[in-house]
Design a protein around this ligand. Sequence first.
Ligand code: C5P
Length: 242
Amino acid sequence: MPPHCANAKERLIVALDVADVAQARAIVARLGEAVCFYKIGYRLGFAGGLDLARDLLDAGGRVFLDFKLHDIGNTVKDGVAGLARLGADFLTVHGFPQTMKAAVEGRGLAPTRILAVTVMTSYDDADLEEAGYGYDVADLVRRRALQARAAGCDGLITSPQEVAALRALVGPDMLLVTPGIRPAGADKGDQKRVMTPAEAIAAGADYLVVGRPVIGADDPRGAARAIVGEIEQGLALRARSG
Ligand code: C5P
């Protein structure tokens, strides 16, 4: 993998959380040059989103396929190999050691970075106990973060609150990509533990995933530009403290 480096604009990933490709293309057109990196989840992925991903990549954009893959190793390896051939920049898998190792193997020499989801943020300690785990959320996040690094994954999806602790745990080389971002004064929606873009970047996040505060804004392009401005502030804060 080449060393990581991204400017403020490249660190904003806009989640295309819409039902169909026509709506997604309309958002991309409205955002224009204010945004260059898009996240496609499986809702859109199953509705023609891979063709959209190809078009965005062909146009010089960047794409995060948030498919959270998890299956037997062989299936994950073959599935990831196909998605890596597409040339997507980021791809998520669940943080199970077999799955993560298979994804890294399937990626091969392609530039697609494999990001592990440690523990879904909708799970609490009681959910893990119900599912048969002997760890609480904090311990399982730490355990899987280290397993992700050992498996050769390139980064982790993390809540903004975990960024600083995970950065200290896994070191500077793993990418930390965080949803749960709300610009100062924005509606939180169903996100409970949020941070502003500047706070998350200052805490050590590399990339921010933002959906509704951009795609639901009256002026999406203005909203995206304001977030990039906040990312610049966060980078300046980080440079001063580092
Ligand atoms: O609209 P909003 O900014 O809350 O969108 C955040 C995006 O990040 C959505 O695509 C959501 O599915 C995703 N996400 C999240 N929390 C996680 C993992 C992914 O909000 N723990």
